[in-house]
Design a protein around this ligand. Structure first.
Ligand SMILES: [Zn+2]
Length: 287
């Protein structure tokens, strides 16, 4: 059964033997993916779940023979967030509904928002590099910090550390991303947290897709607030509904069209829903 595939541009891209690539071929979700998403959601960390989900749906990455969870883990956080958003758009469309609560303690208003994938996708990094440099001054000396943007693997290491000690999770991430700290006289420093205070902000500037901040105003109390949009949490919650709903859809289609379970589960989600709506329309018009 053919499944719609689309080429998408990654905000940062990746390097294979020194060659930079930034395109991915992505296919829509199928019933089998939805089953996997629900069944694995509680067994994996969200970051690991993202490696697994995207490796199922990325049909091709230039320069990469086979896309595995490890390949996806080596992509930058922003690339992975962009891929999740594209996957969402490809399968369910551009418009996304979400509900937020006003953080003002005496308000707590529930707000329904409609977000568009195209508004959430950030412009591609104009000058991507495998290693970036950043200079800081401390006590009259200058230091060059060499670092890479956080990848899924770095994020996973930090998430595992957060289970043990939340305070040190951010440091684990930075330690993994910093390749070197070099002083003016080419003297290398082993590690200095103090010199790296501005690094998270520099990383966010270079990879704005990694942590999308929505700036909002409550329509009731007028409080301005910001909220982080997490594509993984959104997709997880949207598809994390009851598997019984999916199986009921498969059951109805099998019953009326006589397709096999494998055929229906390998059909893309939006096509399955279209057939189901046609079926329900024809059943209700016969009543
Ligand atoms: Zn409010």
């Amino acid at each position: 059964m053919s499944i719609a595939v689309e080429r998408v541009k990654l905000p940062n891209g990746y390097w294979v033997d020194g060659v930079h690539f930034r395109e991915a071929e992505l296919r829509m979700l199928t019933g089998a993916d939805e089953e996997f998403m629900v069944e694995s959601a509680n067994a994996m960390l969200p970051v690991t779940w993202t490696h697994a989900l995207l490796s199922r749906c990325i049909t091709h990455l230039n320069g990469v023979e086979a896309v595995t969870p490890l390949t996806v883990a080596s992509l930058t956080v922003g690339d992975r967030e962009a891929l999740l958003l594209h996957l969402r758009r490809l399968t369910f469309g551009e418009r996304m509904q979400c509900t937020l609560t006003c953080p003002q303690s005496d308000c707590g208003e529930l707000m329904d928002l409609e977000l568009k994938v195209s508004d959430l996708l950030q412009p591609p990094n104009p000058d991507p590099a495998p290693v970036y440099e950043f200079t800081v001054e401390k006590d009259g000396s200058r230091y060059r910090i060499l670092f890479h943007l956080p990848t899924g693997m770095d994020q996973e290491a930090a998430a595992r550390q957060a289970h043990i000690d939340i305070q040190t999770a951010a440091e684990v991430l930075l330690r993994r991303c910093v390749a070197d700290v070099v002083g003016e006289d080419d003297n290398r420093l082993v590690w200095s947290s103090e010199l790296l205070l501005d690094l998270p902000a520099r990383m966010a500037e270079l990879d704005p897709q990694a942590e999308l901040v929505l700036n909002l105003t409550c329509p009731v109390c007028g409080e301005a607030f910001s909220s982080i949009f997490d594509a993984c949490a959104y997709v997880m919650q949207e598809t994390g509904a009851d598997l019984n709903v999916l199986y009921r859809e498969v059951h109805l289609l099998a019953l009326y069209y006589h397709w096999s379970e494998t055929e229906i589960m390998s059909m893309n989600t939006s096509k399955r829903r279209r057939y189901l709506n046609l079926l329900l329309d024809s059943v209700s018009s016969q009543e």
